[in-house]
Write a protein that binds this ligand. Sequence first.
Ligand SMILES: [Zn+2]
Length: 282
Amino acid sequence: MPDAARDLLSTAEVCRVLGITPREVYRLAAEGYLEIKRVHRCKHGNIPFFSGRQVESVRCELPRILRRWEGEEGAEKGAAAAWKRLKDWRSYHRTKLRKERFLQALDDLPEKSGFLLRGAYYLYHLNHYAKAGEAYLYDLKEKVLALMATHFTPEDGLQIYFVPGPGRVRLCPACRRRARSQRKTYVEYIRLTGGCPCCQRDEGYYSLYEFQIESGEHRFCFHSPAQLGRKWFKGKEIPQKEGREREGGYPFGRPIFPGEAAAVNLAEVIEELEKFLNLFAE
Ligand SMILES: [Zn+2]
């Protein structure tokens, strides 16, 4: 890589170098410590890149900045903030322990199930980061689900269901005009009238594929839009499921708490999922 390009770090790389969360990276940017030098456009959003030199110079100042942030929070909430910090710290350490135990327990599974569960664990965290604003991560999620769909089976612990959803109506120009003249949003207008025969209808547009990954008390659930997933199955029969489950991770027999999810660094998540994608590379 040329030197100029090397000097640019993605949000995830900044998280790793500084040991902070994406939210804290953007706070540093908002406060003028870091500048977004370039933006890389992905299908699902943009990846900001920061100057490596700036990240280096922030590194020395970071302890002071973090203390100031804590101080500002502390001034607002006093004892409550101190208590929250203690709880965050304990939640962080508990998470690290649970994560180690979870990943260790995978060694007892058949090799492929172990790969699948490990991938699901990191995909859950990726999802969490994507929902918290890192939308470009959905590109990676798509690749991981595609690999799961094509390389794993119910014997490995993966069940895939088709969840039928409503169609999408796109109003024709005449209907759009009528909606505007009635001072209704298009969504309201569709709900009230269902559109006219000239409007465009995409049957089952909001259908989904549901991925359920399960092994013992560990369970994960992910969704992919059907129009995206269809090409992964190449005519394979996928059983239909009524109703749908919440997306999420239940690696300890219950949903992961938000504090827990934050304790797994974004850079680690991306690295692990890229390793997962390479499992079946020739
Ligand atoms: Zn119409």
